[in-house]
Design a protein around this ligand. Sequence first.
Ligand code: GLN
Length: 487
Amino acid sequence: MSFVGQPIHALHEAIRNKKVSARELTNAFLKQIDAVEGKIHAFNTITSEEALKQADGVDAAIAKGNTIGPLAGIPIAIKDNLCTRGIATTCSSKILQGFIPPYDATVVSRLRDAGAIFLGKTNMDEFAMGSSTENSAFEKTRNPWDLSRIPGGSSGGSAAAVAASEAVMALGSDTGGSIRQPAGLCGIVGIKPTYGRVSRYGLIAYASSLDQIGPLTQDVTDAAIVMNVIGGHDPRDTTSANRPMPDFTQNLSNGIAGLRIGVPKEYFVGGLDTEVSSAITEAINTFEKLGAKPVEVSLPHSEYAIATYYIVATAEASSNLARFDGVRFGYRTEAASDLKEMYQKSRAEGFGPEVKRRIMLGTYVLSSGYYDAYYKKAQQVRTLIKNDFDSAFSEVDVVISPTSPTPAFKIGEKMSDPIQMYLSDIFTISANLAGIPAISIPCGFSGEGLPIGLQISAKPFDEETLLRVAFAFEEATDFHKRKPNLA
Ligand code: GLN
């Protein structure tokens, strides 16, 4: 049996029963990376040596008969905006050139403690700003289902790595859809947890009130396993919620009979790709067959979500990115005659065009005279969007939608038109503004063989219901079992 391409839960059994050692498994994944990475370009850094060292540690623990963690010996990848002790962390930006964090993000140290093997850091849109991974200062990551297409973004490297079986699982971050959209476009599972569920300590901030970290996995069970490891209170993140952490794997198979599935009427009007739309209709039928009841709900303010997001997110980004000044981190210009010029040139040379665009937008909406008209107004609309979800969730258990309005688009297709690029997040952004958990799972394929994602969202801190509904759907379908052909 080939171990490459198996989910965490299968590999955990194989490791525990000594069918494969952590070293053998790690080598098998390094070999797979060798074979396909030249086509996919999912990684910024590959840490083979570190991975094999970690694997030997796991094998030694198993030989001694020690109890092993839930991810012991599982080779995984980490988005390159999560700090990893001793391993370059770039945010796919030139401005972080040479930055080697002296500490691990909380999620990274939790993965370490659970025995995971780190294969490397994955490519992304620079500072997580984008929907295609084309804004990386480095490579363009390819969609494993069609190498001429984007993998989605900003966690495109993480999604492509998992879809191409270069890693069993990868961490991503999601500010407006960056876990769910690439998961959807690459035919895998991606969950954005409730704001506060997973510690953001050590995540290089983009928009702090929206950012959440989550896993990209091959199936829903794996998502639950990783949530168990990375979730839970962390005193190092003041926005981390001090709430009980259920075992997310416990109730996955409890079924969804009688559950109410909200279908927002605003989401199924004009502009939706016909293949996406019919995959979602099919999904609604599947839920009905499983005993759940579709209920029409209304999210009247969703039409303002993108505008609101691009004010709030850019405002926060302009402030968060002020720290990259050529003094403390990474890149510094060679050509400055005084301090002010050093700041200006380091930032001008270090940041790419999309990041600059966002810093300028954010600075503008926060400037005196415009603050009330833009930033304050956006915060007020954000509350209305949150209220829409609160009232929907008083009638239904989950809300569904497509993850993205279309399957993966071609590399280069939207690069000259930022607004078109922003519109690809139309269904994912509201969950970040409202702080609620949402997942993307595979729900079909287009005529051209491109994956289509179904988004499910739930009440704050109700990841359990979210995962249960996703699991029931997955059990009733086989989309998650298909793999791209990379031969
Ligand atoms: N595509 C959105 C943006 O560009 C969301 C990115 C994200 O979730 N990090 O901001």
